[in-house]
Structure formats: C-alpha cells, structure tokens
Ligand binder design. Sequence first.
Ligand SMILES: Nc1ncnc2c1ncn2[C@@H]1O[C@H](COP(=O)(O)OP(=O)(O)O)[C@@H](O)[C@H]1O
Ligand SMILES: [Mg+2]
Length: 297
Amino acid sequence: MTDALIVTEQLTKYYGQNLGVADLDLEVREGEIFGFLGPNGAGKTTTIRTLLDFIRPTSGTASVFGLDSHKNSVDINRRIGYLPGELELYKKMTGQELLKYFAALRGGVDWLDVGMLADRLGFDMTKPVKALSSGNKHKLGLIQAFMHRPDLLILDEPTTGLDPLMQQEFYQMLLEAKEKGQTTFISSHILPEVERVCDRVGFIREGRLVEILTVADLKAKAVHRLELVFAANVPQADFAALEGVKDVVVEDNVVRCTVAGGLDAVVKAAAKYEVVNLISHEPNLEDIFMAYYEEGK
Ligand SMILES: Nc1ncnc2c1ncn2[C@@H]1O[C@H](COP(=O)(O)OP(=O)(O)O)[C@@H](O)[C@H]1O
Ligand SMILES: [Mg+2]
C-alpha cells in the first residue's frame, strides 16, 4: 500500500464525441494539499466526478483510499468531504435543517463543529436556503464538506464566490485540516489563489495532464525580474551572454533583465563590479501558468 490517497491510471472519459479527460495518471499523496489547475473546460470537474463515482470512466481506473472508485463508492464517499462546483440545494429548508440532513446522511456529526464552522465563515444557519446569496450558499457548501472531519476533502473551485476575507479564512481551514492529517484535492482555474496553500499542483489542459510540480519547483522555474544598481556604468555584454538571462536593458549604472531559473550566474557576474542595490521581483506564477497553456500541443 502506497501513501497515495487518490490514484488514477489512464483515466479517460468521453461524453459521446466530446472529450472530458484522456489518459490521466494522477497521484495525490496522503496529507498533502494538491491543486488541480486548468482553464474552464479542461476536465477538472470530470475528473472529480469520476473519483466520486457520479460518472463512469470510458476507460482507465480511479481509486481512492486504495479502493476502486466504483466498486467501493459507498465506503469512499463516507470518508470524503465534497464541495461541488455547482451546488444544488433544497431551497425550502433553512441552512440548519439542511446541515442536519447532511449530518444524518453521514451517520452523525459533532454539532459543535458545525456551529464553529458557521461562526468562522459568518454563516447564518437560520435563513432559508432560497434567501441565501450565492456567497452564502457557498459557505453552506463548505460547512457540509468540512463538518464530518473527512480524511479527504475534494473541493471543486472552492474559492469562487468567496470575498477576500472569507478566502483567507478558507485557506486557514485548509492548513488546519492539513495539520490534522487530512488530505485535500482542490481544483481551480486561478493559480495564485491556490499556490500559497498547495504542496503540489497538476496542470490540466484540454483533458490532458500537462505537468505535476511541487510549488517549490514551480517557483524555481519562474522568471525573475531583476534590477541591479551599480556604483558606476557597466557593460551590457557581461549580462546579455549569461544563460537564462533575457531582455537586458542597461541605463548608465542600472541593469534590468529577466532571469529564468536560478539567479546565481547573474549575481556572480554582477559581483565583478560594485553593487549598490539588487531588486528581485517575485516570480509571477500566473506567467508560468499561461506559458504552460501557450506552449501548444
Ligand atoms: N455532461 C456533459 N456532456 C457533454 N460534455 C461535457 C459534459 N460535462 C463536461 N463536458 C465537456 O467535458 C470537457 C471538460 O469539462 P469539465 O470537466 O466540466 O471541465 P472543468 O471542470 O475543468 O471546467 C468540456 O469540454 C465540457 O464541455
Ligand atoms: Mg468544473
């Protein structure tokens, strides 16, 4: 038994002629927060719905907790907290009634946990669901996903519709879940939203997995924008020839450039002269993300 909680092998789903996902090989490790990133229509929801056995794959397999996602779907679903991308709710019930109903389905939940989650998210349980704003429906969805302390959280675009303050609270909830040993699989189409909490991210595009990277590796691959200020003028040639260095602009004693990968070579080249200041701008992960999608097929 490996420490992988989710394993898909050559997972493929066609909706008639329409491709959902193709040949997806994925492993989500126990205890990690895994970000599943891709633009709309990439196949994120299809993958998730297959894991939960809401739809059957055309070919390939999926397992969760080492169990077959179809044959053992009841056992699997008991241990999962799931936030669907689009939540269908019984509109006549109040939030509290609905949460009690979900709790009963899961064989009982500590109601203190529910109250605490509602407090954190500022959710009013007494209102009928039909009177809730979309943001509040989303909170209800989060509460039901977290309330039974599931081993695995599967969250389909969970930050959509949350205001920035609530997003912070939500990230905090994720990190706390991780501390408790829970595993999270979170889909998103916005990288900066999830990269700060994720351990690894997988990029999916047009139904196919592009790459899986740790967030640390992702940052190492990133392009830095660098500004070096020297005590005197420096020759452009010293910097333009360096590997991974591009867009070198020299204005008197200031050098600006972009650097892919490590900064070591540039720093060493700069050290030949008297350096007054060195400013490195945080790599823009959105740029890397876009680069993956623009590379073409
Ligand atoms: N029920 C369906 N019938 C036909 N095509 C579908 C259905 N659900 C999804 N698709 C198609 O599968 C592809 C992947 O969709 P989806 O998994 O929802 O992407 P994502 O969640 O990443 O936005 C899209 O091209 C979408 O149009
Ligand atoms: Mg989706």
